[in-house]
Design a protein around this ligand. Structure first.
Ligand SMILES: Cc1ncc(COP(=O)(O)O)c(C=O)c1O
Length: 384
């Protein structure tokens, strides 16, 4: 008998025996076999990842944080799973309060989510429609655009400015009846910042009824922690600010994030329950917020490693997009990005993707010092 039903897409079901084998391997800390066809096919959906990477691969492709969860976050997550049989109303309240205190917001201006992607998709579905387009910068993180297209909402891409900021003036000019403006600052993939003054200008000049979604996934890595926009939320502006624990806090797999906005806007993205997070993710998030000096230490580490690789690229006469303030950057491969991505994979170095607007530029995540030394060696091999 199968343990899980076969999905409607025809994915193979997981037999009880396989599940038990998988569970005992996880318990024993054994490396999981990546060769099964289900995993291979799932991984192949990640752009540029045709095969499961070998165990000794350098993974600088998904803007993850190789430092992972802080030790106190790991301990808290482990302890929290003991109470996993219960709904987590008190833990939700703790996380909400912890975030509200840090941002200077009332708790009902905070909705916690299992990562920011869930919130992002709900926001696009709530504020765009076939008659209310989504306006995005180009290049940027594609999840908002993909969701809008699925829902039949038009998408207008507006190229970044010469300084790689979101071009808020061109975004407003793009449509008189925009539903949602998606701004990512620092941006994925360029790492560049859009000044808060531009976001304020957008709020003052956008069409009535539209909403600004400001995705601050990488804000903690920005210089001095960036210019947080919580004040605009507290002032009841038409803005939703999105945060994640996947980047500086290293909780991508534990899933924790939050949206900050006026309660009437948050009500539009809570369909039934507001208990949207697992016990482990919430406990890890609260422990991470309480970890003294964690953000500053990690920001310094990431910044130093990033700047070291960028000066290496300079010495190699390789152009890159300047002023990244995130854990990623883009370099110019001077040939179709896909070619250099594949060549680097042959050296067991897995970098990110290219965007159609900059077809020769490739995104690279800032990994550990050791990861980046391997990246440099592979780069020299495939480009000379
Ligand atoms: C700009 C941006 N927003 C949101 C996400 C989604 O992050 P998560 O769902 O892990 O919080 C990412 C992930 O790379 C991202 O780059």
């Amino acid at each position: 008998m199968s343990f899980f039903p076969a999905s409607r897409t025809g994915s193979p079901s997981v037999s009880r025996r396989n599940f038990m084998r998988f569970a005992s391997m996880v318990a024993a800390g054994t490396a999981l076999p990546f060769a099964d066809p289900f995993t291979e096919r799932t991984l192949a959906q990640i752009p540029t990842l045709k095969h499961a990477p070998p165990p000794d691969a350098v993974l600088i492709n998904l803007n993850e944080n190789p430092m992972g969860p802080a030790p106190e976050a790991l301990e808290a997550a482990y302890a929290a799973t003991r109470n996993g049989g219960r709904y987590q109303d008190i833990q939700h309240a703790h996380l909400k309060q912890a975030l509200a205190d840090r941002e200077g917001l009332k708790p009902d201006y905070v909705q916690e989510f299992a990562g920011s992607s869930d919130a992002l998709l709900r926001i696009v579905l709530a504020f765009t429609s076939p008659s209310r387009p989504l306006i995005v910068g180009d290049p940027t993180f594609e999840a908002a655009e993909k969701t809008a297209r699925l829902a039949g909402a038009p998408v207008i891409r507006v190229p970044l400015t010469k300084t790689y900021a979101f071009d808020v003036k061109a975004m407003v000019a793009a449509s008189p009846n925009a539903g949602l403006y998606y701004i990512v600052s620092p941006n994925n993939p360029t790492g560049t910042v859009t000044p808060l003054a531009d976001v304020k200008w957008l709020l003052e000049n956008k069409p009535k009824g539209s909403i600004v979604l400001l995705d601050e996934a990488y804000i903690h890595i920005a210089k001095d922690g960036g210019e947080p926009a919580s004040g605009l939320v507290a002032a009841d502006k038409d803005i939703i600010v999105l945060r994640t624990f996947s980047k500086i806090y290293g909780l991508a797999g534990l899933r924790a994030g939050a949206a900050f906005a006026r309660p009437d806007l948050l009500d539009k993205i809570r369909i039934y329950s507001s208990f949207l997070m697992p016990a482990s993710g919430m406990a890890a998030a609260v422990a991470s917020l309480n970890s003294k000096g964690l953000v500053e230490q990690r920001r310094t580490t990431i910044t130093n490693i990033r700047e070291d690789v960028l000066s290496f690229l300079e010495k190699q006469n390789t152009p890159y997009i300047p002023n990244s303030q995130a854990n990623c950057f883009m370099f110019d491969a001077k040939r179709p990005g896909g070619e250099v991505i594949e060549a680097l994979q042959e050296q067991k170095v897995y970098v990110g993707r290219a965007w159609p607007i900059y077809p020769t530029y490739v995104r690279v995540t800032v990994g550990t010092k050791e990861d980046m030394e391997k990246f440099k060696a592979a780069f020299v091999k495939v480009t000379t």
